[in-house]
Design a binder for this molecule. Structure first.
Ligand code: SF4
Ligand code: SF4
Ligand SMILES: [Zn+2]
Length: 475
């Protein structure tokens, strides 16, 4: 008798949450042809199957090659009491320190984007007090010692009445690099504001919302005609020479055909250090979101970069070892008016197969560490350039010019998981964390799903339920 096989490969088990009740559930990772799915089962709400990659080879590369020792924070902030993800954080079971800490300083915003995980808008008027913001910055410093990257966010952080006092407070702490996550309206409209901002250089970077060059698309994602605003904001930033990253929220069928156009646009500005691509996730306000139509996985965004940019190939966008499930990165060098993709020279396959086999990636831990360090999210533009220069010096196959941050261009794909595709194994490696005034650092996805605003109430209910079961187990 011949047995029937399942029509897919059972790759791994993990845990997730049920999309309906947000209780932790068991999950399987299964591979069917090129596609990778997370299969979940909730005793109350049944089964779910969600696509998490459309390139099984890339997924396996993330899981099997780009693996590193978890880096610890200086301290943990909560105890393990209810189990992941109900003990954030950081609890001792978290597997990566804060590469990037987000400090939300206001709920107020001068836009009301149809896509906004913080659900901000003009009607929300509450700003964090300066004392609270300082407590949040202190929490980051206590966890990190010398934090690599702190991002001021919101709402629209530039609208905080004490915005420059907050910049002063951040600058007074041992923070290496400060990012300002902004929609660019004040930068476009107020030259005096940009002038004042420029005085905080070096060590600041503008993380500029930039989903498209076209108003019809911006209307869909941001509810406003912003193309002219973006153009003016970029002109001001270029003039002031302030390091800038363009941040594109990518929605399938809306702007996923414009990734190449935005990358080429970014390359035309000296002040722009790179583009961050964030596939839309189902968090906060997400008007008209249809999971079947609008979701994109990292591997799909990666393929669009390769198809559309005219610069990067698939080999140029590699998993970020801190959290390879959700982050991917590629580098190019801007030299004498030319842009050269670089990552392909640094991937394990190429380092292994280099002429004379001088570098054997897996057998040379120092080289592996250096490459992994470069491909991590905790870089300022300058530290990236330094790290790259140091690394290129050890590579006999690549020309190694002295680099400054103006020569380095980075594409980063950042996927924030939502309840559907949450893999707790990947969540434990999250390295982007929200600071809280009470000293906690909460992983990005966990915060939006379980701790932000009203979500905290439902989580408190789940925690109480778990405590009851625990009591019962203890007898
Ligand atoms: S996500 Fe991290 S911090 Fe939160 S409960 Fe899980 S392991 Fe702990
Ligand atoms: S996404 Fe940013 S700009 Fe848009 S409403 Fe939210 S905070 Fe404001
Ligand atoms: Zn359920």
């Amino acid at each position: 008798m011949s047995r029937k096989n399942r029509p897919w490969l059972f790759y791994d088990t993990t845990a997730s949450v049920c999309t309906t009740c947000l209780r932790q559930v068991e999950a399987k990772i299964v591979i069917k042809g090129d596609e990778v799915f997370i299969d979940k089962w909730c005793p109350a709400h049944g089964s779910e199957r969600v696509l998490i990659a459309d390139d099984a080879e890339y997924y396996r590369l993330c899981r099997e090659v780009y693996v590193k020792h978890p880096e610890m924070p200086e301290r943990f902030n909560t105890a393990m009491q209810h189990g992941c993800p109900y003990d954030c954080g950081l609890c001792p079971d978290h597997m990566q320190h804060s590469c990037l800490s987000v400090v939300e300083i206001t709920e107020h915003c001068n836009l009301r984007c149809p896509v906004c995980y913080a659900e901000s808008g003009p009607e929300r008027q509450s700003h964090r007090s300066l004392a609270d913001v300082e407590a949040m910055l202190d929490a980051v410093v206590a966890n990190e010692g010398e934090p690599d990257v702190v991002q001021l966010s919101g709402g629209e952080p530039t609208l905080h009445p004490d915005f420059f006092a907050i910049l002063d407070a951040a600058k007074a702490r041992p923070i290496r690099h400060l990012m300002i996550n902004t929609n660019g309206l004040r930068i476009a409209r107020e030259p005096a504001f940009v002038e004042q901002l420029a005085r905080y250089q070096p060590g600041i970077e503008i993380y500029l919302q930039f989903d498209s060059l076209h108003d019809a698309v911006l209307q869909q994602l941001r509810g406003a005609d912003l193309a002219q605003i973006h153009a003016r904001a970029l002109a001001h930033l270029e003039q002031a020479g302030i390091s800038t990253t363009l941040v594109m929220t990518v929605k399938r069928g809306v702007n996923d055909g414009e990734i190449g156009e935005v990358i080429r646009h970014a390359l035309s500005y000296r002040c722009v250090r790179g583009v961050t691509l964030q596939p839309v996730s189902d968090a906060g306000r997400n008007s008209g979101f249809d999971p079947a139509r609008h979701r994109l996985t990292v591997s799909e965004v990666r393929r669009r970069v390769a198809e559309q940019s005219g610069l990067f190939s698939l080999d140029d966008i590699v998993p970020v070892p801190c959290n390879p499930d959700t982050l991917a990165m590629g580098y190019a060098l801007k030299l004498a008016g030319e842009t050269l993709p670089l990552t392909r020279h640094l991937t394990p396959a190429n380092l292994l197969a280099g002429p004379r086999n001088t570098i054997v990636f897996e057998r040379d831990p120092a080289m592996k560490d250096a490459v992994f360090k470069l491909f991590s999210t905790n870089h300022s533009p300058q530290s990236q350039a330094n790290c790259l220069s140091a690394l290129l010096c050890c590579l006999p196959t690549v020309l190694a010019p002295a680099l400054s941050y103006e020569n380095v261009f980075r594409v980063l794909i950042v996927q924030f998981m939502d309840a559907r595709n949450l893999d707790l194994r990947a969540l434990k490696k999250s390295c982007i964390h929200f600071a809280q005034p009470d000293g906690r650092l909460i992983p990005f996805e966990a915060y939006n799903l379980f701790y932000r605003g009203d979500r905290a109430e439902q989580t408190a209910h789940i925690q109480a339920e778990i405590r009851q079961v625990t009591e019962w187990r203890r007898g």
